[in-house]
Write a protein of this length. Structure first.
Length: 615
């Protein structure tokens, strides 16, 4: 490492040359020693921007013949036919290889940011096809990453219209002004509140990686039948596309089934792991591109194999550091959010205090105005007061005289009222006495009648008893002195039989059985019901969580469908490109990037090679 750094140390002796390296958001300038290699320059750039995930990136340049090339790390910079502007070598620091899953593989924030900038530029320059509705969603995340949270107080209409957010192809296809596009971006932008820059950029990349042309390097090729096709070099393998369709591959060869790649002049030969399969052969139409194709194939294959091995110690340390940094930033964001909330509350309190102060000031002004008016009318009020006092004195004298007359009349009326009350009281007492006498007379008459009735009944009963006695005595004389049986004795004999203990016991047992069995059955049934209820509740909760998860995962697709339906009526069909038509057919058939890739990988390697030859 020390030897590699020596070319960048300024020395009094030795020849150097200027180099300019452009990332997508910065320009870097260096002075390199004449013998510096590509690796020296690449490592210098990585150290300068703080990048450790170096395996995705490379230095791109335009060679002396106008072809795009990647700087070879093991060769001297001066030996690579670099085109120079005013003796300055210019390079672009770009992603050369793409991850399979951005959320899992990209560790550093600087790596995510560089990928975000490059993918965004590719979408806006239409190198990657993006449907209109997805373009609007991606634009909302790009705005969140650049401006932070949406703020209604600072947001002004037209603020986003000046930004480069949508591909020109999308703008041309619809009868919509920039303000109309901005309004649709703003709606989604407002939904991203609380999302940090790195989170917004990661959401952007997670959506962009589902686009069909994401991460694909296209090269024109031919098969043995000289059919013009496209070769797509990706992180997962090699895709073969028809000339008119760069979205849907016809067949795919994954890196896991490729054993060896080589080329001879225009002819590429790819050997499969399955030795029974024939070689996959295609013809490259541009000989100068062959080294680039081979370089991309080797790099993607190496990364493909590395991902399927345990992480290196360096990568583990990077992930651990990134996790700690993310947690630290989350804590900091939470603290800042809390401080922001407290600051907003303080601002609201201050605004309320200012409002109250204004109210108090207004009340004081009104009070002073009223005081001034009252002072101006003080003399008039004093004169009125003197007149009022004189009138009050006269009225008081007349009131005293009237009060004396009223008192006299009141005493006369009171005497008349007392006489009237006394007369009324005596009348009521006489009426009450008369009523009591009448009631007492009626009661005595009723008692007399009742006594008469009872006397008549007693006499009739006495007469009947005498008749029965005489009749009984006359009948008893007919018997020869025998004693009649006692009625009481017969009654006693009739009820002399005791209750059986066995019967009593049987009756108790039956009652006991009837009283205990229902409780027992009720307990068992209750237990079954409770257990059944718990299982049912658990099942409902699981089902609820599943539904919520599915709804959350479908929310984004529903948003995109709604926007697509909303702007469909404003679409100019004549301006639709071939990619738009292909995408519409793909949507109608229910296909997406991953279902298409799955179909293109079906079948054996041998059958796919044969299919490629027949295209």
């Amino acid at each position: 490492m020390i030897d590699r750094m020596t070319p960048f140390r300024r020395k009094k002796c030795g020849k150097s040359f200027p180099v300019k390296v452009c990332t997508l958001d910065a320009e870097l300038e260096f002075n390199l020693e004449w013998r510096a290699t590509g690796r020296d320059l690449f490592e210098l750039v990585c150290r300068t921007i703080g990048l450790r995930e170096t395996w995705y990136f490379g230095l791109q340049f335009e060679d002396s013949k106008g072809f795009i090339s990647w700087l070879k790390l093991d060769k001297k910079v001066q030996d690579q036919s670099i085109q120079k502007n005013h003796q300055t070598a210019s390079f672009m620091f770009l992603a050369k290889f793409y991850p399979e899953e951005v959320a899992e593989e990209l560790v550093q924030e600087v790596t995510q940011h560089l990928f975000f900038l490059q993918v965004k530029q590719a979408i806006l320059s239409m190198d990657i096809y993006c449907p209109p509705e997805a373009s609007v969603l991606l634009a909302s995340y790009a705005v969140q990453a650049k401006f932070g949270d949406f703020d209604e107080d600072t947001y002004k209409p037209g603020m986003l219209a000046s930004e480069d957010l949508l591909p020109q192809r999308v703008i041309d296809q619809y009868q919509m002004t920039l303000e109309m596009w901005e309004e649709r971006i703003r709606v989604w932008y407002a939904d991203h509140r609380g999302m940090s820059r790195d989170e917004a950029e990661m959401e952007y990349l997670k959506i962009a990686q589902d686009l069909d042309m994401y991460g694909v390097n296209y090269f024109p090729i031919q098969n043995k039948k000289e059919t013009e096709l496209w070769l797509g070099v990706t992180a997962l393998g090699l895709n073969i596309y028809e000339k008119e369709n760069k979205l849907q591959p016809k067949t795919t060869f994954t890196w896991s089934e490729i054993r060896h790649i080589s080329f001879d002049d225009k002819k590429f030969i790819i050997k499969a792991v399955d030795k029974s399969s024939p070689n996959f052969v295609f013809i490259s139409q541009k000989v100068r591109m062959n080294k680039l194709i081979l370089d991309l194939c080797m790099g993607n294959h190496d990364l493909f194999m590395r991902r399927r091995k345990p992480d290196s110690m360096e990568l583990q340390q990077m992930k651990a550091a990134a996790k700690e940094e993310k947690q630290r930033r989350q804590v900091q964001r939470n603290r800042l959010a809390r401080e922001k909330q407290l600051r907003e509350e303080a601002e609201r309190d201050r605004a309320n205090m200012e409002q109250r102060l204004l109210q108090y000031q207004e009340e004081i002004r009104l009070a002073n105005e009223a005081l001034r008016r009252s002072e101006e009318s003080a003399d008039l009020l004093a004169e009125k007061s003197r007149v009022a006092e004189e009138e009050a004195r006269l009225l008081s004298q007349k009131a005293a005289e009237a009060e004396q007359e009223i008192t006299r009349l009141r005493l006369t009326a009171m005497r008349k009222d007392e006489e009237k009350v006394t007369l009324e009281r005596k009348t009521r007492e006489a009426e009450m006495l008369t009523a009591r006498l009448v009631e007492e007379s009626e009661r005595r008459a009723a008692e007399a009648n009742k006594l008469k009735d009872e006397l008549l009944k007693a006499r009739a009963a006495e007469k009947q008893a005498k008749e029965k006695l005489l009749d009984f005595l006359s009948r008893s004389s007919n018997y020869n002195g025998s004693t009649p049986a006692s009625p009481i004795s017969s009654v006693t004999t009739l009820y002399s039989g005791p209750l059986s203990p066995n019967n009593a016991h049987s009756e108790y047992s039956l009652l006991e059985s009837e009283s205990t069995s229902p409780d027992f059955n009720l307990n068992i049934n209750s237990y079954d019901l409770i257990a059944h209820g718990d299982a049912e509740q658990l099942s409902l909760e699981i089902e609820k969580e599943r539904v919520e998860y599915l709804e959350k995962s479908k929310h984004l697709q529903n948003q995109l469908k709604e926007l697509r339906t909303e702007i469909a009526v404003l679409k100019v069909t004549e301006k639709a490109t071939d990619f738009d038509q292909l995408h519409e057919e793909q949507v109608k058939s229910g296909e997406n990037k991953y279902s298409t890739l799955k179909k293109s990988k079906s079948g054996s390697t041998k059958s796919r090679v044969a299919f490629f030859e027949e295209l």
